[in-house]
Design a protein around this ligand. Structure first.
Ligand SMILES: NC(=O)c1ccc[n+]([C@@H]2O[C@H](COP(=O)([O-])OP(=O)(O)OC[C@H]3O[C@@H](n4cnc5c(N)ncnc54)[C@H](O)[C@@H]3O)[C@@H](O)[C@H]2O)c1
Length: 255
């Protein structure tokens, strides 16, 4: 059995991963880390700080906050365990750090663990190839009113994929407000909607003369990400180091 430690176990996603692992024949949760959760609420050991952890996992699944990165990575390197980083909102410096840590341990990092969103990203790349530069691209993402970061990591990942198809000639414009905001041709607009209990919806609009093509994905339950995280854990546990993402995992499924 693959031994999993869930970082951020008390959160919405942490609880879903715990639930998912209860019904898994190949991986098991041996504990969790959460700075703010009540350990008594869990039937596995839960630690507030990395220094307190007294279990040795094969892999960590992280759904916490960017400020957990450093202690998490220190623990992973010292104990030679693999990491699935699902948390979003990392700074540029932290992304550089993650790259450096991946020289020592295997890290799986993705802004979105849903297979459907990764298909959407691939379709957006195709749309740019097909439509060329005469269509304006705008991305609209919608999430629940408790989400801390915006735009979502997924919206940014979709925007980056689209921009790659434009040879990175576009610049991102986050929302529009004011009297001097006429759209320029080199923009990819990114807009964040927040409210209620929306799990996560992403739309990419390719807007041309007299027509709009919309590619969209809607997650209807957070369980889809938990299933993806467990799948990623099973994938990354077989690697010794390097930075891996959903495209690598999908490649193994397609083969
Ligand atoms: N990659 C994906 O597919 C995907 C999907 C869903 C959510 N996410 C991301 O996962 C993260 C968590 O999402 P959530 O909805 O479960 O949030 P949440 O707020 O419900 O849970 C976060 C948990 O982390 C704990 N925590 C906060 N700071 C911590 C720290 N420094 N050390 C240890 N624990 C800490 C909190 O106490 C909480 O229990 C967010 O960044 C979210 O954007 C990613």
């Amino acid at each position: 059995m693959i031994k999993v430690l869930i970082w951020g176990i008390g959160g919405k996603m942490g609880k879903n991963v715990l639930e998912c692992l209860k019904n898994d024949g190949e991986a098991v949760c041996i504990g969790g880390v959460d700075k703010y959760a009540d350990p008594k609420a869990f039937d596995v050991p839960v630690f507030a700080e990395a220094e307190q952890i007294d279990v040795v996992p094969d892999v960590i699944i992280d759904f916490s906050r960017p400020d957990a990165l450093e202690p998490l990575m220190q623990f992973a390197v010292s104990n030679n365990c693999k990491v699935v980083l699902a948390t979003t909102g990392y700074s540029i410096d932290q992304i550089v750090q993650i790259g450096k840590y991946s020289e020592q341990i295997a890290i799986f990092k993705t802004a979105n663990l849903s297979l459907g969103v990764n298909l959407m990203t691939a379709l957006c790349r195709k749309a740019v190839q097909f439509l060329g530069g005469s269509y304006d691209v705008e991305i609209i993402e919608q999430h629940h009113n408790q989400k801390v970061d915006s735009p979502s990591g997924t919206a940014l990942a979709i925007a980056k994929a689209i921009n790659e198809e434009f040879d990175n000639q576009k610049r991102f414009v986050y929302g529009r407000n004011g009297g001097d905001t006429k759209r320029q041709q080199d923009e990819i607009g990114i807009h964040a909607v927040r409210g209620g209990t929306i799990v996560g919806k992403h739309e990419a609009l390719f807007i041309g003369k007299d027509e709009v093509i919309t590619i969209s994905h809607e997650a209807q339950s957070k369980m889809v990400f938990a299933v993806g995280a467990v799948r990623a854990a099973k994938y990354i546990v077989c690697h010794s180091c390097g930075l891996h993402d959903m495209q690598d995992l999908i490649a193994t499924m397609v083969d």
